[in-house]
Design a protein around this ligand. Structure first.
Ligand SMILES: *Cc1c(COP(=O)(O)O)cnc(C)c1O
Length: 349
């Protein structure tokens, strides 16, 4: 079988959730963000494991993701939709008991008219200028909206992964100004915000990347291992080239392994001649260009050809690989793609 295996450690995800939960006081609840199929790792299994670990509130980007999550979790846990209440979402929101985070006056009107009495939250823009109502808009409708009983007032930080950024305090002040005295539960912090300290915690935190082993949660346990099967090995004479564009030329007689994954599987083409794969503890340089379905690796220094090589492992986490690809851990994880066999360890589900 030439399918690569993505092994996901559910116990590590739950341990990361508990560790982030411990960073906030007992009055602050910790939710879990499972948008984009739990950052590419598989929302149904991740959700069930986290629910067993004690998570009761989940966030997704889209109503469709919320619907899939409800199938996995069953009734009970709160599932919030960050894109709010879009035209066409009403039946899903009602039937699957989703909680939209309403972003605009349009959405508020749509929700209160279509589903009066159905739970909702409000997303406020504290300076990121992406989602949520601006201070002026909110001021105009706050009285009316608060009477309808939102379950949450939330906002999102633009620079939470930079503790020194002045923007954090600016957004914190803006969020206070929009929400103080409302008596409604509040949420401002994702993973980065949790690490900024107690001023940012409010009533609910919304970590995503930290659960999955990514920065800025430097203490996270690694979650994902990606093993690529070796399809073929060959001897390459000194002076011969490997791969598209002949970008790597053997300086000495070399052994090259061809492994089964490429840029169609989220292994960015920018990793060409610029990453390592691992045989146990031994690094092996990626040589030549990453192609759509294949990568070539110099294994000259190994005693025998391995059955597989790891590109994500404890020696090379998602942020290490991201740095080599010129991107961030979030993009590496969410880009992993559908062709891997996802294997789960730990968890009771
Ligand atoms: C993605 C997202 C989160 C989770 O962010 P992380 O940095 O992955 O912890 C929380 N809240 C909102 C609004 C988001 O879009």
């Amino acid at each position: 079988m030439a399918t690569a295996t993505l092994t996901i450690d559910l116990d590590a995800i739950c341990a990361n959730w508990r560790a982030l939960d411990r960073l906030t006081g007992p009055a602050t609840q910790t939710a879990a963000v499972l948008k984009a199929d739990a950052y590419g790792l598989g929302a149904p299994r991740v959700a069930r494991a986290l629910a067993q670990a004690g998570a009761r509130r989940f966030f997704v980007a889209l109503a469709e993701e919320g619907a899939a999550l409800r199938q996995a979790l069953g009734p009970g846990p709160q599932i919030s939709v960050l894109s709010g209440h879009m035209a066409g979402d009403t039946d899903m929101i009602a039937d699957l008991d989703l909680t939209p985070m309403l972003n605009s006056l349009d959405q508020i009107t749509r929700h209160l008219e279509a589903l009066p009495g159905h739970a909702f939250g409000i997303q406020l823009d504290s300076g990121m200028n992406r989602l949520g109502m601006e201070a002026g808009e909110w001021e105009a409708v706050a009285g009316l909206v608060l009477e309808a009983g939102p379950v949450l007032l939330m906002s999102h930080l633009a620079c939470a992964d930079e503790p020194g950024a002045a923007m954090n305090a600016t957004q914190l002040a803006a969020f206070h100004a929009m929400t103080d005295g409302t008596g409604v539960p509040r949420s401002l912090a994702a993973t980065g915000g949790i690490l900024l300290g107690a001023d940012y915690h409010f009533d609910l935190t919304r970590p995503g990347i930290g659960l999955y082993g990514g920065l800025p949660f430097a203490d996270a346990l690694p979650v994902a291992r990606l093993s690529l099967p070796v399809i073929q090995t060959r001897e390459v004479a000194a002076g011969e080239s490997v791969g598209y564009g002949c970008t790597w030329v053997a300086e000495i007689p070399s052994t090259v392994a061809t492994v089964a994954a490429g840029y169609a599987d989220g292994l960015h083409r920018t990793l060409s001649n610029n990453a390592r794969l691992w045989s146990g503890d031994t690094p092996c340089p990626l040589v030549g260009r990453v192609s759509m379905d294949l990568i070539t690796v110099d294994i000259t220094h190994l005693h025998e050809a391995p059955a597989s090589l790891d590109i994500l492992c404890p020696s090379q986490g998602v942020d290490d690989l991201a740095a080599r690809a010129g991107t961030i851990g979030y993009e590496v994880l969410t880009g992993l793609g559908p062709r891997y066999t996802r294997r789960y360890t730990g968890g009771r589900a």
